[in-house]
Design a protein around this ligand. Structure first.
Ligand SMILES: C[S@@+](CC[C@H](N)C(=O)[O-])C[C@H]1O[C@@H](n2cnc3c(N)ncnc32)[C@H](O)[C@@H]1O
Length: 360
């Protein structure tokens, strides 16, 4: 972490704090907000019940202020549920421009079933906007390859180049050149043309070279359709994130509540925390080490805890007094090497520091 900057927790109304950040020239790479959803729930720590129009004005104005502190490659990620999602989407489109809308992520926030309801709602949304979609796309990180994904690579023919999986050797024939339509001589003697309306993905010259190098698989015994071997050792980069984030990879609300409770016995239940796994995914995709992460509705401090563990700088803004009882207590515990949430998967051992202040 940049030695001149410590993570900052600021108690105050986000409108006033964001105004100060803009005046100071703060540049945020990833802003995440998880505002009250205005679903009229009675919650212990904050009010979730104003008129829809007032709520929309508040969140839109916060989004506009965040846009003003976003770096060129920066992005805003907004958690929201079914109740206000579509109204909010229209407002955010106006603020960022539809061309800068990146995606809607669907997060499976619970795995249990609510049998008293008409539908047992088990998803929330995350709306993703970029200050400049093109620059964000160039900057964003793919996900790391998972063990499940790697396990799809096998080596049934003892290929010395190691595990591989096969991909189709044909493509739509519409834009094919002549050099992509020819007969392949298969190991069992068949002369095989691409199926009607399709072409080979490789030109004849490249296909012959690939066959010579053992990069084409003709099925067990050589009697199948040729397919191209993609070797695990040659795969670069990572996985393009899906838009559906399952509980097994991004956690659930229930799981996050348990984690927050486990941090300190003195911490009262916080009803709506997000799991560290969910926020870690966002931070991983949108930022690089040392970038600045902002959360203007900090709640129990999840975003700050994740940013700290992942070596990002961070500013967390929270209006409620639970910033002291929850966020400050949680971050102290993180600095001491707290073991829950993403600590095991990231090898977190503790360290670093943060500041806590009240906005004047
Ligand atoms: C849904 S919770 C956020 C939960 C958080 N993502 C977590 O993982 O714990 C929303 C939070 O926003 C805070 N809040 C509401 N209005 C605010 C405002 N104007 N400025 C700063 N914080 C605000 C509430 O006090 C509440 O703690």
């Amino acid at each position: 972490m940049n030695s001149s900057f410590r993570g900052k927790l600021i108690q105050g109304d986000n409108a006033a704090v964001l105004d100060s950040l803009r005046r100071e020239g703060t540049q945020v790479t990833c802003a995440y907000i998880d505002p009250p959803y205005n679903n009229h729930d009675r919650l212990q720590h904050y009010d979730d019940s104003v008129s829809d129009n007032i709520w929309l004005d508040q969140i839109s104005s916060c989004a506009l202020q965040i846009k003003q502190v976003l770096a060129e490659n920066g992005s805003l990620w907004v958690s929201i549920d079914d109740g206000m999602m579509h109204y909010l989407k229209v407002r955010l489109d106006e603020i960022f421009g539809r061309e800068n809308f990146v995606s809607t992520i669907v997060w499976e926030h619970r795995t249990s079933r609510e049998n008293r309801a008409v539908f047992s709602n088990n998803h929330e949304y995350i709306l993703v906007y970029a200050r400049d979609r093109k620059k964000f796309k160039e900057y964003r990180n793919p996900l790391e390859f998972t063990a499940e994904w790697k396990s799809r690579f096998k080596n049934p023919d003892n290929d010395p180049k190691g595990d591989w999986q096969s991909v189709s050797a044909t493509a739509q024939g519409g834009h094919a050149t002549k050099s992509q339509i020819y007969a392949i001589e298969c190991p069992d003697g068949r002369m095989l043309y691409p199926p009607k309306g399709r072409c080979w993905t490789l030109t004849k010259e490249r296909m012959l070279k690939a066959i010579g190098e053992g990069r084409i698989y003709f099925g067990r015994g050589g009697g199948g359709v040729p397919r191209i071997k993609k070797y695990l050792s040659e795969v670069e980069g990572g996985l393009t994130p899906h838009t559906l984030w399952k509980a097994e990879e991004a956690g659930t609300t229930a799981h996050a509540k348990k984690h927050v409770l486990s941090i300190s016995e003195e911490m009262a239940v916080f009803e709506t925390p997000k799991p560290e796994e969910l926020i870690a995914r966002i931070v991983h995709i949108a930022t690089k080490p040392n970038d600045l992460v902002l959360d203007a509705y900090l709640g129990s401090g999840t975003t700050a805890a994740v940013a700290h563990k992942l070596g990002r700088r961070y500013i967390g803004i929270e209006i409620g007094d639970h910033i002291a009882t929850h966020c400050v207590a949680r971050l102290r515990s993180v600095c001491r090497g707290e073991e829950g949430g993403i600590s095991t998967s990231t090898g977190w051992r503790g360290g670093g520091d943060f500041e806590f202040s009240r906005h004047a």
